[in-house]
Design a protein around this ligand. Structure first.
Ligand SMILES: [Fe+2]
Length: 189
């Protein structure tokens, strides 16, 4: 399956909140840079469509983990938190978080690429990625408390802000943290 087919296959696993979810994803796909944004400026998947590829990798990994470790968690919850955990990286409508860099005149003359593929957009209101994800979700779909915790604290103890969740993580949060890290560090290496 190509990336688009994998993405559509994942979306089809959301059944109970299907209408809300598809309407949210329609907004996300049409109004934000979700489908075209990279996953980072210079690290993993720093190319067009990288954010979508990462989100799909995380969702597929999370489904595998939960099948083995916590089959009581629904596929729907896994797909929702995985596809939306890094949504904030898309930025907001008309203001993407990552800006594609063009080669300088000199680089153009030699047919070279710019030094970095993307730069961070500094002209944005500061919100951490997970908080911007929640801002964009904005009540368009009803999240459970567990899903909300998983999205907000998906970076785990790598991020100072997340100290408060230590030892209070729900299963979904632990599995999403692991799927995210596994995707970045192993699949997307
Ligand atoms: Fe991620």
């Amino acid at each position: 399956m190509n990336l688009q087919e994998r993405y559509e296959n994942l979306k089809s696993k959301v059944v109970e909140r299907r209408e809300e979810f598809l309407s949210l994803m329609d907004f996300v796909e049409k109004e934000t840079a979700y489908l075209t944004a990279p996953a980072s400026t210079k690290f993993h998947l720093c190319h067009e469509g990288g954010l979508l590829e990462h989100s799909v990798n995380v969702a597929e990994t999370l489904l595998k983990l939960k099948e083995t470790l916590a089959p009581e968690i629904s596929d729907e919850s896994c797909v929702i938190v995985a596809l939306l955990h890094d949504l904030g990286k898309a930025g907001v409508p008309n203001n993407p978080q990552y800006i594609k860099l063009e080669p300088s005149e000199k680089q153009k003359a030699y047919g070279l690429k710019p030094n970095l593929p993307y730069k961070f957009n500094s002209d944005m209101v500061y919100l951490s990625v997970p908080i911007r994800s929640l801002y964009l979700i904005g009540g368009k779909i009803s999240l459970t408390e567990e899903e909300t915790q998983a999205i907000v604290y998906h970076d785990g103890q790598y991020v100072e802000d997340n100290r408060s969740v230590a030892m209070k993580e729900e299963k979904l949060t632990l599995l999403l943290q692991c799927a995210d890290l596994w995707s970045c560090r192993v699949i997307e290496k």
